[in-house]
Every structure is written in structure tokens, then in C-alpha cells.
Design a binder for this molecule. Structure first.
Ligand code: MGD
Ligand code: MGD
Ligand code: SF4
Ligand code: MO
Length: 718
């Protein structure tokens, strides 16, 4: 049989690494980095090789499953889709549209078919009850973009390859490979900042892999970033170092911002942040004086009580130092398929607080409720109670706060259906599981992450293998469910049938073809104009380079009169909450605060069934500083009990001087010891779930995002 090499983009995380896969017939011989990919230049991480493992995993589901009293049985696709649609329709008929809810997880955004066709399913469901991983992740950053730039997806990205000063808050790209900053081979790119004479500073309660490779590490106390950021801006104003630069005339609210940060002098925030006032002032000075600089905050600053404020102030710091939309600062990518413009065209610039959730009164964001309140909505009787759930590529039992409570709540649903490749901690509650074909069996075009990349590039990858006979892609499942649901609930409709037939013919690749042709690098309708088309991309299997990021404001702003709102009222008002907290809440009473972490060989909750990623030493350990350990007479390797308001887990302790005292860390995505899953490898090395400790009542009240950072816990020998 002939050997061939297939080139594609790894879809597992945000880095978009190019991979070269050697195959012989149906067999994968090797997976390596693609040296000719202009963006990743050969870089990959250990997870890339696990693409083969997931593809071949005997536990990966290939046919629909139905849960019966006697166990799980395989059913045909037609039967499974009919049943799913009929039961969802029946719940909606009996209890109203909002009684059926949907939760969409992280892999959706790594799959252009899912991104595009989930829109169709959402429309067909017609339910105002929606959830996604957004509210345990980047929601605060989307909110800041919506309020400041007028579009939830117009997210500023660090111009990593040209900056002179990178300030990282609450991100660990050396483990996560970068997030809302697609930068394959990020370690080299960070190193290059330092070799060209620039600086990297990391603000993190733990001396992470990234912090250890930086010029400076500031071990902040959990949840205190808002105070540090406000103090940095305060110091810049006080020392007259504020220079907005080119965008000054198009920016509103500079004076309001100056007033708003007045109470946050470095001296006033020192105790709360755990950082010296002098160090904060020096940081402000250096950041302001650097030829170019960029502040970058990620999950660690989003998933906290002041996540909305911190995300805003990260942007504000870039604006007041003249670093927004300039080379080396925070810039806006121009992808070949411009999802920002597309979202605008389909009415999805975003909106906020157009309603409040039924049980806890939390704000909606772009049509979704915070997942921290999903269990409330399932458990609380009354009109609008959630009675059925559709999960699409999500594992909220392990990824949402107080997952154990959600786990119990899912068991009470009248009906649940999951579009997923595994029977795991969440999908074991489903009555039906609909498994799509996996990544290597589909084409790939990164609709989302090209728009978040530190360089403009484009790449299309065809499917490596054809899907198994009869198998469905995610987009096909979504489309068919949408069609059957409407038919079961509302009867046949010719216009809708025609629209769906059109979309079915087009498919996700057909839509991408149009987006690229009519995108910023495409020829549009001009017949012989040179420009990027999907056809041309298909001839470039390694991808094409479209150059560095370019300034694009104010043209691309979506605000009224295309002006930047540096001081949106909602955020300025919320700063008062931070001030009250600063002046009233005493911290440092000797208690412990829990934070999370990621490691290179995990991918959220779902890749622990790959032997090669979980072998070796136990990684699901509790990290604790030597002082905290000795005070409690605890030593490395011993099992300890960690208890929070909502739960308790038992785990091995790892004493580490990388932790600041008062803070302990547990990785997220573990906890595979639950009964009823079909994950042979993962359940043998189960670990414990961080989210059996995190508290669903802890949210950022402004945005509704989960506040994972700084959960009060006790640690005792068991
Ligand atoms: N405490 C704490 N909790 C966290 C975080 C944290 O830092 N700390 N991080 C949060 C973040 S950033 C995120 S994004 C969320 C993630 O939260 P989720 O998205 O809920 O969880 P994942 O672990 O990504 O689960 C993905 C699911 O999709 C399935 N899957 C994988 N590939 C495919 C596919 O191609 N098609 C389909 N249909 N299914 C597929 C997997 O089997 C799995 O069930 O977790 C959040 N939870
Ligand atoms: N290997 C691997 N890669 C991944 C993932 C994965 O699970 N594994 N998940 C992917 C996903 S879905 C996402 S969203 C990205 C996330 O990408 P990152 O944001 O880089 O994720 P983390 O590595 O969790 O980094 C968060 C950091 O915040 C710190 N932190 C916690 N609390 C605070 C705080 O209050 N203040 C500050 N300043 N720091 C704090 C933590 O110690 C941690 O180092 O990674 C993606 N890539
Ligand atoms: S860094 Fe991300 S994209 Fe690159 S190989 Fe690893 S998992 Fe795949
Ligand atoms: Mo995420």
C-alpha cells in the first residue's frame, strides 16, 4: 500500500499548528509538525500525536446510543434523530419553548461545521434558554469588547512578534499554547521578545512555566487583578504618562476613567494585591515608556469576581499608553473569512443584560445565561423550568462550577440528548447520544482562531479519511435535528425546507468559500481579479501567509460614530463594587484560596482517555507552598482532603515553592471516577474534579461569568 503525507491544521487547541500526517491506507504511521506551515513552522505539542489516539480510540462512539433500563444499545441514525426531535418537541409542546435548553462546549469553536450549523439548530429550537462554555471562560473579554468597541468578537490580540513589552495577567501560554492569542510555538515567540531586548512580565499567583521563563513574576493574590490594573492606570495619570496617541480624537471617556481610578493608588491596593506599591509604580512607568507594549489577560483574570472589570482595564491600559491598534500593541486580525463582519451581518454583534435569569436574576449575554445557574434552572419548579437538555460538544459536569450539583440535576431531566464523541461524565445522563465523525474525518477551516491570531494567515485542510459509512458530521446532525424538530413541532413548511436544502448543498465548506471570496483578501465579484479564494487555498496545503496585523481603527469599530468608549457606564459603575470590596473585605486571615491550572498534556476534560497523554506520574495534585504545608504539618505525596462550601475531594499533595502562600492549585478537567461512563483509560487514572470544589454561587455579578479563582478552601490530612 502506498504511503502518503497529509497536511492539516491541528484542531485541538487554539494554536492552529500545522501537522504532517504520514498514512498508509487507513493506518496513521506518524504525526509530526509541518515545517512548511508558514505560521507554525513545525511546532506541535504532545497532543497532536493524540489525534491518532482519539481517532482510533475503541471507546470513541461511532453509532448513536440509547440508554435503556438494561443498559446502552446502539440504534440507527434515522431512528435516533427522529426520537431526539420528537421528544424535544414534546417537551416544548407541553411546557413551552424555553423548557428545552442547550449547552454548547468548547470543541464547537474548533469545528467550522458546528460553528455555522449550530446557528440553525438554535433557531429551530427557538428557546431563550441557552448556555455555553463562554460563561466559564472569555465572556468578560467579549463584554469589554462589546461595550468599548461595539462588537463582542472584535477582540484585541497581542502583536506578539513585534512587541517590546508583554504584560501577561492570568494566562499560562507555555501550558495552554495561548488563548485569544493564536500563536503556534508561543514559547519561541516569547523568547524572541527577550532576545530583541524587550521584556515579559507575568502576573499570576503561581510561578507558572510562563512566569519562570519571563523577566519578572508578580505573584498577585487571586482575584486582585482589578486593583493592580486600576493602580497602574492611576499611576500613569498621576505621573502624566497617559498618551492615547493616534486614536485620541476618536476616544471618549478619558477623564471619566481618570476619575474612576483615583481611589486606587498603588499604596491603596498593595495589601490586597500582595504586591509592593513601588513595584506597581515601576511597572506602570516601564510599560508606559516602552516603545511598544501590550497587556494581555486571559482565563485567570476572566474567571474571577471582577472579571468584567479586569478585562476592561486590560484594554484601557493598552489605550491610555497608545498601544491599541498599533504594531507591537493590541491589534485586530483581518482573517480571510471575516467572522466579525459575518456575525454583524447575521445580527450578532452581541448584547448584554436584555433580561435576567429566572431563578437568580443573572444577566443574559448575547442570548445566553451563565452556566453557573443551569442547575438552579433545572431544579427550581415553576413556569420556565428547564426539563430537557441538548448538549453539543460539552462536558459541564466537569467544566461548570459545582459540577457535582449539576451532575445530580442532569439525572432529574425528562429528556437529554448529547451530540458527543464519548460517553463521559455528562453524556452518561443522556437518553440518546449522537456521535459525529471525528476531526480527521472532516475538512477543517479555522473560522474562529484565524480571527484571534497574532498574524494573518489562512489554511484549508481536506478530510484525511472519509467518514465511516453512514456516519454523520456535527453539521449534518445539527441540520437534521433542526429539520426534524420543526417538522415534529410545527409541521412542514416549504420555505424552511428550501432554505435547509440550500444549506445542505452548500455545506460548511461552501459557506467558507463564500466568506473567503467576499472577505477582506478575496476578489469579491470581480471575475479576473487576483485574490484569495477557497480554490487557491486548496492548492496550498501548508497554508498561506497574509502578513502581520495592520492598524484598522477607527474603521472597524461598531460603536456609534465609530468611537472607542474608554469608560462605559456599566463598567465605571461596577468599579464602585471593587472599591467597596477594597475598603471593607479583610483578606489574609490565614485561610487558603484555590485556583486552577492547565497542563500541556490535558485538553480541558476530554483527552484523558489517551494513554500516551496520561501515563507517567500523577498530575492531578494539589500544589501548596512550603509555608502553608509546614504550618499544617503536611508533606509532599500525602493524601489530603480539600473542602469548600460545596464539596470535598481527596487528592495527593505536592508541596511547591512556585505557589504563593495562601493559595493552592488543582488542575481542571479531571474527575473521571464517576460510574456509568465508558472511558477505560481515563477512569483508571481518574483524578478529582476541581469543579466539585468551585462554587456556583461565586460569579462576577456584573457579567455572570463563573468566579473560579480564589475559592476559599480548607486542607487537612485525611
Ligand atoms: N475550575 C475551572 N473550570 C473550568 C476552567 C478552568 O480554568 N477552571 N476552564 C473553563 C474553560 S476555559 C472551558 S472552555 C470549559 C470547557 O468546558 P466544556 O466545553 O464543557 O468541556 P470540554 O472538556 O471541552 O468537553 C468537550 C466535550 O466535547 C466532546 N467532543 C470533543 N470533540 C468533539 C467533536 O468534534 N464533536 C462533538 N460533538 N463533541 C466533541 C468531548 O467528548 C467532551 O464531552 O471549561 C471551563 N471550566
Ligand atoms: N494544554 C492545554 N491547553 C489548553 C487547554 C487545556 O485544558 N490544556 N484549554 C484551552 C482553553 S479552553 C483555554 S480557555 C485556554 C486558556 O488559556 P490560559 O488562560 O493561558 O489558561 P491557564 O493555563 O489556565 O492560565 C490561567 C492562569 O491564571 C492563573 N490565575 C488564576 N487565578 C488568577 C488570578 O486571580 N489572577 C491572575 N493574574 N492569575 C490567576 C493561573 O495560575 C493560571 O496560570 O487554554 C486552551 N489550551
Ligand atoms: S499546541 Fe494545540 S494546535 Fe498545536 S499541536 Fe498542540 S494541541 Fe494541536
Ligand atoms: Mo476555554
Amino acid at each position: 500500500m502506498t504511503e502518503r503525507t497529509h497536511f492539516r491544521t491541528c484542531h485541538l487547541c487554539e494554536a492552529m499548528c500545522g501537522v504532517a500526517i504520514e498514512v498508509e491506507g487507513e493506518r496513521i504511521l506518524s504525526i509530526r509538525g509541518d515545517k512548511d506551515d508558514p505560521f507554525s513552522r513545525g511546532h506541535i505539542c504532545p497532543k497532536a500525536v493524540a489525534l491518532k489516539d482519539v481517532h482510533e480510540d475503541p471507546d470513541r462512539l461511532r453509532r448513536p446510543l440509547r440508554r435503556t433500563a438494561g443498559g446502552w444499545v446502539e440504534v440507527g441514525w434515522g431512528e435516533a434523530l427522529d426520537e431526539a426531535a420528537e421528544r424535544l418537541a414534546a417537551v416544548q409542546k407541553a411546557h413551552g419553548r424555553n423548557a428545552v435548553t442547550i449547552y454548547q462546549g468548547n470543541p464547537v469553536v474548533h469545528n467550522h461545521g458546528s460553528v455555522l450549523f449550530s446557528q440553525l439548530l438554535l433557531k429551530s429550537l427557538g428557546s431563550r434558554s441557552r448556555y455555553s462554555a463562554t460563561s466559564v471562560d472569555q465572556l468578560p473579554q467579549m463584554l469589554a469588547s462589546l461595550l468599548m468597541f461595539g462588537h463582542q468578537l472584535l477582540l484585541p490580540i497581542p502583536d506578539l512578534d513585534r512587541t517590546d513589552f508583554l504584560l501577561i495577567l492570568g494566562a499560562n501560554p507555555l501550558a495552554s499554547n495561548g488563548s485569544l492569542m493564536t500563536a503556534p510555538g508561543v514559547e519561541k515567540r516569547l523568547h524572541a521578545i527577550r532576545t530583541r531586548g524587550g521584556r515579559v512580565v507575568v502576573v499570576d499567583p503561581r510561578r507558572t512555566e510562563t512566569a519562570a521563563a519571563a523577566d519578572q513574576h508578580l505573584p498577585i493574590r487571586p482575584g486582585a487583578d482589578v486593583f493592580l490594573l486600576a493602580a497602574l492606570i492611576h499611576a500613569l495619570f498621576a505621573e502624566e504618562r497617559v498618551h492615547v496617541g493616534r486614536l485620541a480624537d476618536g476616544t471618549d471617556g478619558l477623564h471619566v476613567l481618570a476619575d474612576a481610578v483615583k481611589p486606587f493608588a498603588p499604596e491603596a491596593v498593595a495589601a490586597r494585591t500582595g504586591l509592593e506599591a513601588g513595584a506597581i509604580r515601576a511597572l506602570a512607568r516601564d510599560f508606559g515608556a516602552a516603545p511598544s507594549a501590550v497587556a494581555y489577560g486571559r482565563v485567570g483574570v476572566c474567571a474571577q469576581e471582577f472579571g468584567g472589570l479586569a478585562s476592561w482595564l486590560v484594554n484601557a491600559l493598552n489605550v491610555v499608553t497608545g498601544n491599541l491598534d498599533r504594531p507591537g500593541g493590541a491589534m485586530f486580525p483581518r482573517p480571510a473569512a471575516d467572522v466579525v463582519a459575518f456575525a454583524d451581518r447575521i445580527g450578532q454583534r452581541g448584547h448584554f443584560d436584555k433580561g435576567r435569569s429566572r431563578v437568580r436574576g443573572l444577566p443574559e449575554f448575547s442570548g445566553e445565561w451563565p452556566v453557573a445557574t443551569l442547575a438552579d434552572e433545572i431544579e427550581t419548579p415553576g413556569p420556565g423550568q428547564v426539563r430537557a437538555l441538548l448538549t453539543n460538544a460539552g462536558n459541564p459536569v466537569l467544566s461548570a462550577p459545582n459540577g457535582a450539583r449539576l451532575d445530580r440535576a442532569l439525572g432529574t431531566l425528562e429528556f437529554m440528548v448529547s451530540i458527543d464523541v464519548y460517553r463521559n461524565e455528562t453524556t452518561r445522563h443522556a437518553h440518546l447520544i449522537l456521535p459525529p465523525a471525528f476531526g480527521l474525518e472532516r475538512s477543517h477551516y479555522d473560522l474562529v482562531f484565524h480571527a484571534l491570531a497574532v498574524r494573518n494567515t489562512a489554511k484549508y485542510s481536506p478530510a484525511l479519511f472519509p467518514p465511516a459509512p453512514g456516519a454523520r458530521h456535527d453539521w449534518q446532525i445539527l441540520l437534521e435535528l433542526a429539520a426534524r424538530l420543526e417538522a415534529a413541532r410545527d409541521g412542514a413548511s416549504l420555505p424552511k425546507w428550501l432554505k435547509r436544502a440550500f444549506l445542505r448543498t452548500l455545506g460548511p465548506d461552501g459557506i467558507v468559500r463564500l466568506l473567503v471570496r467576499f472577505g477582506p483578501h478575496g476578489p469579491g465579484l470581480v471575475p479576473f481579479r487576483r485574490g484569495l479564494t477557497l480554490g487557491r487555498l486548496k492548492k496550498q496545503p501548508h497554508g498561506v501567509d497574509l502578513g502581520p496585523l495592520e492598524p484598522s481603527l477607527p474603521g472597524r469599530l461598531y460603536t456609534r460614530a465609530r468611537r472607542i468608549d474608554l469608560a462605559p457606564t456599566r463598567l465605571v459603575e461596577d468599579l464602585r463594587r471593587a472599591f467597596v470590596s477594597l475598603s471593607t473585605e479583610a483578606r489574609g486571615d490565614g485561610g487558603l484560596e484555590l485556583i486552577g491550572r492547565r497542563e500541556l498534556r490535558s485538553n480541558n476534560s476530554w483527552m484523558h482517555n489517551c494513554e500516551r497523554l496520561v501515563k507517567g506520574r500523577d498530575r492531578c495534585t494539589l500544589l501548596m507552598s512550603p509555608e502553608d504545608a509546614s504550618r499544617r504539618r503536611l508533606t509532599s505525596g500525602q493524601r489530603v482532603r480539600v473542602t469548600s462550601r460545596v464539596g470535598s475531594v481527596e487528592v495527593a499533595l505536592e508541596v511547591s515553592d512556585a505557589m504563593r502562600s495562601g493559595v493552592v492549585s488543582l488542575p481542571h478537567g479531571w474527575g473521571h471516577g464517576r460510574a456509568g461512563t465508558a472511558l477505560r483509560v481515563a477512569s483508571a487514572v481518574p483524578g478529582v474534579s476541581l469543579n466539585d470544589l468551585t462554587d456556583d454561587l461565586r460569579v462576577d455579578p456584573l457579567s455572570g461569568n463563573a468566579a473560579f479563582s480564589g475559592v476559599p478552601v480548607e486542607v487537612t490530612s485525611r
